[in-house]
Design a protein around this ligand. Structure first.
Ligand code: GSH
Length: 214
């Protein structure tokens, strides 16, 4: 098979790539890499992903790391051009949302995920920390609500359905499953519903998340 994805079912960065592969109806070979095992990678895996992270895509003789780069590459080369618009302004909106995800939002939400979901190794435990983590996430959510007010159309974050929506799906799913009160972010709620109701997402969304308190 020409495409191989090194991944793990729980990895949000792998889930976003699986989502795009499913949208494009591309078949691939999945090879599981242990999650939370970055310090214990084999020399063979480090040879294709020098940071030891998940995911890695191999397309014949071409090896690619960085999930957002993989989304762009797949869209450009495997029939997903409509999901990564060529117009500079539309493309910039898609890229912006991918950058907001990787550079701004993931660093804020990841500690709260570790705190709330038993699927991940525990981070902090005390309630003050939890409030601080949630406040950090809320600050970023307010910013995203503003971006959606100008860029979102038809429920998606940057005009029509795009690789930015694929990138965000695993994180939107976790956000909803945290059971926070998200009533003050109606655009984010509408966006999450539009993205997470796609049939391709339902095929790749991976294991259930379990709240520690459940
Ligand atoms: N910037 C990288 C981040 C990749 C990343 O942090 N992946 C996580 C899983 S979602 C990982 O490999 N964590 C280390 C581990 O599980 O040991 C990307 O977007 O591909």
């Amino acid at each position: 098979m020409s495409l191989v994805l090194y991944e793990h079912p729980l990895s949000s960065n792998a889930q976003k790539v699986r989502f795009l592969l499913a949208e494009l109806e591309l078949s691939y070979e999945s090879r599981e890499v242990a999650m939370f095992g970055v310090g214990t990678r084999s020399p063979e895996y480090l040879a294709i992903n020098p940071f030891g992270l998940i995911p890695t895509l191999v397309d014949q003789d071409f090896v690619l790391t960085e999930s957002n780069t993989i989304l762009r590459y797949l869209a450009e080369t495997k029939g997903g051009e409509a999901l990564y618009p060529r117009s500079p302004r539309l493309r910039a909106q898609v890229d912006r949302m991918l950058d907001v995800l990787g550079c701004t939002f993931r660093p804020r939400i990841a500690p709260l995920e570790r705190h709330l979901f038993s699927n991940f190794p525990h981070g902090v435990r005390d309630v003050e920390d939890e409030k601080r983590l949630e406040a950090n996430v809320r600050l970023a959510l307010s910013g995203i609500e503003v971006i959606l007010a100008s860029d979102a159309q038809g429920g998606f974050c940057a005009g029509t359905f795009s690789i930015a929506d694929c990138g965000w799906a695993p994180t939107l799913r976790r956000l909803l499953e945290m059971e926070l009160d998200l009533g003050m972010y109606p655009r984010i709620m509408g966006w999450a519903e539009a993205v997470l109701s796609r049939s391709a997402w339902s095929r790749v969304r991976g294991p259930e998340l379990v709240l520690r308190t459940a």
